[in-house]
Design a protein around this ligand. Structure first.
Ligand SMILES: Cc1cc2nc3c(=O)[nH]c(=O)nc-3n(C[C@H](O)[C@H](O)[C@H](O)COP(=O)(O)OP(=O)(O)OC[C@H]3O[C@@H](n4cnc5c(N)ncnc54)[C@H](O)[C@@H]3O)c2cc1C
Length: 512
């Protein structure tokens, strides 16, 4: 049976997308054209009330909630197993959960919402934070009722702020995904693995399901009254990540490979408003020459966060206070988006001071440094006894580098950074050879936010009107942050995924 997306249907559905094209937003229009041209001969056709694309944190919350509401649900998963990045995570945000009440934990949220709004120059919709705050305690208890396992530890995740982080037992995989899949199967949900949702099924200009490609290349058509996209953002698509400001040539992606923007593309094909230019992300500077079997291995990502090192650009100029990532490591990234290149310069004392901040004894740190210099994976780490020699490793202007280091050392001596106001407690002169230079790469975990959505997770069109029957949830639709992941509210990304999952399922079920 040959199925072709009807050109007129699609044009109706994508009218707003074409409007976006007229405004010079090219990605969406290109995708609408791609959808126009798409046709397939499905090997299989399935029918349901609600199809959920993605079985990570958000998808599983939507699946279980919709099935509990009595909907007939099909879950499509691109990978051969459920979970996505959700299987890797540590914990979930909540306020006023039963675990917090038992432990006497409480906090005042309005001031936190104000902080979040200030941190994003009031560009986020505070109602989304309030909705998360209001529902999160009940959401957490609902997860427990459905078999999700928490270790009982609730803390501030080392931020010194609010105690909202509820740790899963056995991380997200064992603690959340396994019991939620069991609950969904008990409720009669059909899971189809290795089924990557790729295009919308469009009827009368409205979304009416999805086409998913199977591992053998065949197509599955799932007809549904509502489509919930929960495909985990676009972190695996380096070209899209480059639009944020990262160099795609030295990006080391640590999330699951399936999170490559599939949901975003379907939403764009349906004329949704593109949030990807506002996406927040979770990324660290990472030095390939140093140990990196685990993403959180230190000293490595910690070096960019420690505040002691000196950062310079391609012209050997400092461009920001290097302690800008101390309170939120994600803040270390935007300043470098404005530079062509980014290098760290440091000496032995700065390096030794950084090691204990991340639990590494300085002598052990020196041994790690010695071995890293010897193997020098990625040709990105060098040491020398003079600053001029350091410059030569990357073809930098030696005179300019010496001048910048001398200026920095003068600021250290006077205890005031005249250029960038770095906290004096992190100002140590570059004075104790051997000196080091490295050109960090990027460790990239995930994107947060791709499609404009409302409080129910409905995808919005260019006029901010909901697109009937289409939802984008979890990091596909998260709008709690703009450009920078604020991190001050521990595990809010997961808490929001659960909240959006439940909200979207309840809204979709009420409108079947
Ligand atoms: C290492 C790591 C640790 C983290 N720790 C935390 C933490 O402790 N707390 C926190 O709040 N957040 C954490 N995060 C962020 C975390 O990813 C989110 O909170 C959460 O996983 C987002 O849920 P999601 O459902 O949107 O995406 P995911 O959980 O990644 O789920 C997306 C799912 O969609 C599937 N998929 C992708 N494309 C398609 C397609 N086209 N069709 C069908 N299926 C598709 C994927 O395979 C995946 O199963 C962490 C992220 C990483 C990478």
């Amino acid at each position: 049976m040959e199925t072709t997306i009807d050109r007129r249907d699609l044009l109706k559905g994508a009218a707003a997308t074409m409007g976006a094209a007229a405004m010079g937003i090219g990605a969406a229009s290109a995708l609408a054209e791609e959808a126009e041209a798409f046709s397939c001969e499905p090997a299989e056709v399935m029918d349901c009330d609600i199809v959920v694309c993605g079985t990570g944190i958000a998808g599983m919350a939507a699946i279980v909630q919709a099935a509990q509401n009595g909907a007939n649900v099909i879950a499509l998963e691109a990978a051969s197993a459920p979970g996505g990045n959700g299987a890797l995570i540590g914990g979930c945000f909540a306020h006023d959960s039963s675990l917090q009440r038992e432990q006497g934990i409480d906090f005042d949220f309005p001031s936190i919402i104000e902080n979040e709004m200030k941190a994003t120059a009031y560009r986020v919709d505070g109602r989304l934070w309030k909705n998360l705050y209001d529902n999160s305690g009940a959401n957490l208890d609902w997860l427990i009722e459905n078999g999700v396992k928490f270790s009982g530890q609730v803390d501030d995740y080392g931020t010194g702020g609010i105690k909202s982080m509820h740790y899963f037992e056995g991380r997200g995989g064992g603690g959340y995904i396994t019991p939620m899949v069991a609950k969904a199967e008990e409720l009669g949900v059909s899971f189809v693995y290795e089924a990557k949702a790729e295009h919308p099924v469009v009827k009368d200009g409205k979304i009416a399901g999805v086409y998913a490609q199977r591992a053998d290349g065949s197509w599955l058509q799932v007809n549904a009254k509502a489509v919930i996209l929960a495909t985990g953002g676009y972190g695996a698509d380096t070209k899209m990540v480059a639009r944020i400001g990262y160099n795609p040539d030295n990006l080391w992606y640590f999330g699951v490979p399936t999170n490559d923007g599939g949901g975003w593309r379907i939403a764009m094909e349906m004329g949704a408003k593109d949030f990807s230019y506002h996406s927040a992300d979770n990324a660290h500077a990472y030095i390939r020459a140093m140990p990196h079997e685990r993403p959180d291995q230190m000293p490595n990502c910690g070096l960019s966060m420690c505040g002691y090192l000196v950062w310079i650009n391609q012209d050997c100029k400092r461009f920001v206070r290097e302690d800008c990532g101390m309170s939120n490591f994600c803040q270390q990234n935007p300043p470098r988006w404005n530079q062509k290149e980014w290098y760290f310069i440091f000496d032995t004392e700065q390096y030794k001071a950084a090691c204990p901040m991340y639990g590494v004894d300085p002598e052990e740190g020196m041994q790690i440094m010695k071995e890293s210099l010897e193997t020098n994976e990625g040709d990105c780490l060098y040491s020398a006894d003079t600053i001029e020699e350091l410059a030569a490793f990357f073809g930098l202007d030696a005179e300019a580098l010496v001048a910048e280091v001398e200026k920095y050392n003068k600021y250290c001596e006077q205890g005031f950074d005249e250029d960038w106001c770095k906290d004096p407690m992190f100002m140590m002169p570059i004075a104790n050879p051997p000196y080091y230079i490295t050109k960090p790469e990027t460790l990239f975990l995930m994107t947060i936010g791709a499609v404009f959505t409302d409080i129910n997770g409905q995808a919005l069109d260019e006029n901010n009107d909901p697109i009937p029957g289409l939802y984008a949830i979890g990091v596909d639709g998260c709008m709690l942050y703009r450009n920078v992941y604020t991190i001050d509210v521990p595990a809010s990304c997961c808490g929001n995924s659960v909240n959006m999952g439940r909200n979207s399922a309840n809204h979709a079920c009420a409108n079947l």
